[in-house]
Design a protein around this ligand. Structure first.
Ligand code: S3P
Length: 448
C-alpha cells in the first residue's frame, strides 16, 4: 500500500512537512482561500481609527492580522474575538489612540509596522515604541521614516533604520512625496499620516502599487484623489472616518499557490471561489496567461468596493515568460510561486526589476534560488531577480522555508510535482497568511 502523501512532524518549536510524490498528486475540487491579508490589516486599522462600529466579514485569521489587532487593542480599540464570520471593531476616532504602556509588537508583519508608523507619528503628544520578530527587525524602515520625518515626525531607530523604533507623535505638515519605489506599504503609511494633517498629502510612485488603502479610506469617508496616469494618490486632511461594514475577499496571493499547482500537476482541475481580482493585484493572472496556463475567471462581481471572481485552473503545459517593469508590483508576493511554475515551463523565464524581493520576510531571490536548486531546478540569481530554465525533472529534497510563509508554501507546491520525498523545514511559517494550507492541500488531493 502507498503511504499517505503528506506528513507533518514537530521538531522543537518548528514543524516540517513531508510530501511524497510519484507524479501522481492531481488536485481537484472547489475551495476557498483565506481573506486578503492587505485588506484585513487595513480593515482593522481604519476600524480602530473610525468613529463607531466596523464589522468585518472574512478577516484573515493568520498571525499577521493578529499582530495588527493586538497593537490597536493596546491603544484602546475594542476588537471582538477574531473569527472569519464576523469581527467587530469599536473605533475610538482619529487622533484618539491611547499611549500604550508597553512595546507594540508587529510580529512578522511589515504591513503592520509600516502602516502603523504613519498613524503613530501623527498622534500628537503620545510616545510609542515598536518592534517585531527577527525577520522584521532586519527589514528597512527608513523608506517610511525618511518621508515621515520630512512631514515633521520624530522617530528614532537602530542604526540604518531598523526596529525597534520609538515615535514621539507630533502635528505633521502636509507633503508631496515622490517615492523611489512602488510600495503600497510606503504609500499607505504616508496617506495614513496625512489623515490627521491639514491639507493635501500626496504620494507619487514610479509604478502603481496595490490601491486597497485608497479604496477603503474612501469607503470610510476620507476624501481621496487618485491619478492613475501619474501613479499618485492624495488624502485631504483632517479627515473623519466612520465605521463601516467590510467584506474581505479571498486573497489572490494565497490563491496563487493553487493556480500554479493546478497548472503544473497533470490531471488537476480546480476552482478557487471568491478571490479578490483588484487590477493592482492580478499580475499573477497576466503572468500565467503569458505562460499559456489554462486559467479562467467565472462569476465576476463587485463585493464591498473590490472586484471578486471564481478562478478555475486546469493542467496545461507551460511556456517560459518574462516578468519585469510595471508588472512586478502587481505580482510582487507571487514571484516565489511563479518561480516554481517557471521550473516546469519550457524555456528560460527571466524575472527582473524585482530587487524588492531581497527585503521581504526573507531574501526571496537568494532563498528560492537555493531551495529550487536543491530540488534539481536550473536557477540563477540576478541582483534584481531570477533566471529559471524549466524542463529538468525535479527530485525530492530537504528544503527550508527560512521562516518565510510564501517560501514554505511555494516549496510545498514544487514538491507535488517532484519525484520522491521532499521535506520542508520550518513549514509552520505558512500560518502567517494561510493557517489551513495543509488541510486544503489534503482535501484537494483526496479528490484528485
Ligand atoms: C503590502 C504591500 C507589499 C506586499 C506585502 C503587503 C500591503 O509590500 O509585498 O505583502 O499590504 O501594503 P511593499 O509595499 O513593501 O511592496
Amino acid at each position: 500500500m502507498l503511504s499517505a502523501p503528506i506528513t507533518q512532524n514537530s521538531i522543537a518549536d518548528h514543524q516540517s512537512l513531508t510530501i511524497r510524490s510519484h507524479g501522481n498528486l492531481a488536485l481537484q475540487g472547489r475551495i476557498r482561500v483565506p481573506g486578503d491579508k492587505s485588506i484585513s490589516h487595513r480593515a482593522l486599522m481604519l476600524g480602530a481609527l473610525a468613529e463607531g462600529e466596523t464589522q468585518i466579514e472574512g478577516l484573515l485569521l493568520g498571525e499577521d492580522p493578529r499582530s495588527t489587532a493586538a497593537c490597536f487593542q493596546a491603544m484602546g480599540a475594542i476588537i471582538s474575538e477574531l473569527n472569519s464570520q464576523r469581527v467587530t471593531v469599536q473605533g475610538i476616532g482619529l487622533g484618539n489612540l491611547r499611549e500604550p504602556d508597553d512595546v507594540l509588537n508587529a510580529g512578522n508583519s511589515g504591513t503592520t509596522m509600516r502602516l502603523m508608523l504613519g498613524i503613530l507619528a501623527s498622534h500628537a503628544g503620545r510616545f510609542f515604541t515598536v518592534t517585531g520578530d527577527q525577520s522584521l527587525r532586519s527589514r528597512p524602515m527608513s523608506r517610511v521614516i525618511q518621508p515621515l520625518q520630512q512631514m515633521g515626525a520624530t522617530i528614532w531607530s537602530r542604526q540604518g533604520g531598523f526596529a525597534p523604533l520609538a515615535v514621539q507623535g507630533q502635528p505633521l505638515k502636509s507633503f508631496h512625496y515622490h517615492s523611489p519605489i512602488a510600495s503600497a506599504q510606503v504609500k499607505s503609511c504616508i496617506l495614513l499620516a496625512g489623515l490627521a494633517t491639514e491639507g493635501k498629502t500626496t504620494v507619487t510612485e514610479p509604478a502603481l502599487s496595490r490601491d486597497h488603502s485608497e479604496r477603503m479610506l474612501r469607503a470610510f469617508g476620507a476624501e481621496v484623489l487618485v491619478d492613475p496616469e501619474t501613479c499618485s494618490a492624495t488624502v485631504v486632511g483632517p479627515a473623519r472616518l466612520t465605521g463601516q461594514s467590510v467584506v474581505v475577499p479571498g486573497d489572490i496571493s494565497s490563491a496563487a499557490f493553487w493556480l500554479v499547482a493546478g497548472a503544473i500537476v497533470p490531471g488537476s482541475d480546480l476552482v478557487i471561489e471568491n478571490v479578490g481580482v483588484n487590477p493592482t493585484r492580478t499580475g499573477i493572472l497576466d503572468a500565467l496567461a503569458a505562460m499559456e496556463a489554462n486559467v479562467t475567471l467565472e462569476n465576476q462581481r463587485q463585493v464591498a468596493g473590490e472586484p471578486v471572481a471564481d478562478l478555475r485552473v486546469r493542467h496545461s503545459s507551460l511556456q517560459a515568460c518574462t516578468i519585469a517593469g510595471d508588472l512586478v508590483p502587481r505580482l510582487i508576493d507571487e514571484i516565489p510561486i511563479l518561480a516554481v511554475a517557471a521550473a516546469f515551463a519550457r524555456g528560460t523565464t527571466v524575472i527582473r526589476d524585482a530587487a524588492e524581493l531581497r527585503v521581504k520576510e526573507s531574501d526571496r531571490i537568494a532563498v528560492m534560488a537555493a531551495q529550487l536548486t536543491r530540488m534539481g531546478a536550473q536557477v540563477s540569481e540576478r541582483p534584481d531577480g531570477l533566471e529559471i530554465t524549466g524542463g529538468s525533472l525535479l527530485k525530492g529534497a530537504e528544503v527550508d522555508s527560512h521562516t518565510d510563509h510564501r517560501i514554505a508554501m511555494s516549496l510545498a507546491i514544487a514538491a507535488l510535482n517532484a519525484q520522491g520525498s521532499t521535506t520542508i523545514h520550518r513549514a509552520e511559517a505558512a500560518s502567517i497568511s494561510y493557517p489551513d494550507f495543509v488541510k486544503t492541500l489534503e482535501s484537494l488531493l483526496a479528490n484528485g
